[in-house]
Design a protein around this ligand. Sequence first.
Ligand code: ARG
Length: 485
Amino acid sequence: MTAPHTPPAGYRDAPLTDWDPDRPVDFAEAEEFLRACYAELPKLGPVEPRLAVVREQIAALGTYTHTHAELVHGARMAWRNASRCIGRVYWRSLTVLDRRQHRTPDKIFDDVVSHLHMATGEGPNRGKLRAVISIFGQAVPGRPVTRLWNDQLIRYAGYRNGDGMTGDPQYEQFTSAVSRLGWTGKGSAFDLLPLVLQTGDGEPHLYDLPESAVLEVPLAHPEYGWFAELGLRWHAVPAIANMRLSIGGVDYPLAPFSGWYMGTEIGARNLADAHRYNQIPVVAARMGLDTSSESTLWRDRALLELNRAVLWSFERAGVRVTDHHSESRLFLTHVERERRAGRDTPADWTWIVPPISGGLTPVFHRYYTEADQRPNFYLDRSAQQLSLTATAQVSVPAQRTSPERRTPAGPATAVCPITGQTGPMPGLEPEPLPADQDFGPDVDPHPGYAADPEATVPIPAGPASAPITAEPVPVRKRGLRRLLG
Ligand code: ARG
């Protein structure tokens, strides 16, 4: 664990993580997780017998397997510890799809498609998005890892044409790389990128997502009729696919997770950033704004209308979305619930504060603890590089790039400059949770997990086409076979 004053991995100027898939599990980390997990879920029974089993497995195999209950709760804890996520009040409601048995690219792709169906909602529930994570096989020392190159399950291609761009410039390199691998897009501004799966150093497999798995919302504006003519749209489900889930020292390199959007992610970043769809000048021109001087605040006015269009369109289409005011207040409710449970909520101010109207939201007016609490999700340098370039075996540059977030601003002053108050401003206190949403219970839910700490999921054999790359030590081979039955 990192001392609170040291920026954890990936914070501000701290480097992204480097991860060694062949490193054996650290028993101390397993123990720390298991003690926390069993303390939070008394139904699981005493932790001591479980610790003895895990200690033995690590000694023999270099790793251990989680029970289903540990996996579910570990994934929820990882979300709870994700310091850049403002939506953590919902952490207990995460649906965990245990896909540890599924290893071949074809099977993984099928599972990803079912993930998207479930996350999007089906039939009359289409648009009622749910938070879902699919957890594929854990890393095993000496075994090849299956990677998804994409940073999100659903993203749009970017094409350079002359001096201009069509689509999402962030994915220009990724798009040309998959094109070299044989993929062809339509060349529109919103072409869905294929998924690329690769086991070890094997051939990458490309898959197009079926239309039914991708819900999209065409954007219009409550007042400006011309807005729909811009032809803008966005996908309903944000699904991060390139972060490693780390639970009790066990790593799950492939564990895509998805939720629903806060409107600003689309309206103030994806469609607004100059290095993304860059729509602020376009909207301003259609609004007839005076762009001759910055002080007319034409950018801010266009930005506001773009954000209204996003929220209005999603709501009109019946697709779950949230706004930054409501979500900020809910985040503070979460911080308060966690405090009552005796836990700190680590948070990265530069990500928690929304990219518009920061000071209007209560999350602006305070500091947060910064700590690398585990379980957690980690973005490894190599995974990030792969997602940007779609090129395997890339050399990793020394300095970190942060494609997702604005240049980090300094933290808010701890003392409110207007009232001189510390902490949340008056009138911006946490608010009660709305009754119609699923946040999970405030108290330990004991959701009926089988108290069976011995029940482990066997580590499945890799696919025939993906041989073990490193030579495992004999004891591990024997041990793995025993575990496999
Ligand atoms: N900001 C990213 C995007 O625009 C998505 C990150 C996850 N967001 C979420 N609401 N779960 O696609």
